[in-house]
Design a protein around this ligand. Structure first.
Ligand code: APR
Length: 231
């Protein structure tokens, strides 16, 4: 018999206990930085050095942190389920924990790409991109992330994946950013949906959602134990 499919939508909160700041909590990244200065195509046009430095710092931090109990619990879930992770995060902590199927909606910090040809994507060796680091067509390398105002090319395959879910888990996202937040609407009618977050999240568009008011580490480990027992 084929395994049931669990689709997991994760956001910054799943990596918070690893020491990576979320975006919209108090003390979050968007309190310290102006989105329009570092995370838009216009910011890149205006000041490539500032944008490059912002992502260099994010990438440097990524080398200093480790996956946490939430990332590992999702790996354990693969013992009995076909687990498909759709993450809004640009970190690689799901992969480092050992999850097999990880789709990045908003790009990946450890990759860069040409600023004239989006198909020229490169894996970086270290954390730093310098001014003058160029693609084979001679353009400055830009972060391989989706900025505000840019299309999100992974939405169609992510929506398709959600439509095949037997169970949907949502972990550590404020569900403020579309189109990512709209993905939950693609899960089949009657599909059980669980949401793990220590704070209140607006779930008015998710009928019947079961809310687990815990941090990701504890909440995910508990839910995974329950799902493994009940499968
Ligand atoms: N465990 C679980 N959830 C947590 C934890 C934790 N330890 N700490 C905080 N959270 C929750 C917050 O309560 C909040 O609901 O994580 C959520 C983080 O929300 P955001 O900061 O808005 O992050 P996210 O939803 O991932 O943002 C989406 O916005 O700026 C963009 O591109 C960026 O991918 C990002 C997108």
């Amino acid at each position: 018999m084929s395994k049931k499919r669990i689709v997991v939508l994760t956001g910054a909160g799943v990596s918070a206990e690893s020491g990576i700041s979320t975006f919209r909590d108090s003390g979050g990244l968007w309190e310290k930085y102006d989105i329009s200065e570092v995370a838009t195509p216009e910011a890149w046009e205006r000041n490539q050095d500032l944008v490059t430095e912002f992502y260099n710092q994010r990438r440097k931090q990524l080398y200093e942190v480790e996956p946490n109990a939430a990332h590992y619990a999702l790996v354990k879930l693969e013992e009995k389920y076909d687990v498909q992770i759709i993450t809004q995060n640009v970190d690689d902590l799901h992969e480092r924990a050992g999850s097999k199927n990880v789709m990045h909606l908003h790009g990946e910090l450890k990759k860069v790409r040409s600023s004239v040809d989006e198909d020229l994507v490169y894996e970086l060796d270290g954390w730093e991109v310098k001014k003058g680091d160029t693609c084979e067509k001679g353009s400055q390398l830009r972060p391989h992330v989706v900025w505000f105002g840019e299309p999100v090319p992974m939405i169609p395959p992510a929506a398709e994946l959600c439509s095949t879910a037997d169970i949907l888990l949502i972990i550590g996202t404020s569900l403020n950013v579309y189109p990512a937040a709209g993905l939950v609407g693609y899960s089949p009618p009657g599909c059980p949906v669980y949401l793990i977050d220590p704070a209140e999240v607006n779930v008015s568009h998710i009928p019947g959602v079961k809310i687990i008011r815990e941090k990701a580490g504890k909440g995910t480990a508990q839910l995974v134990d329950k799902l493994l027992d009940h499968s």
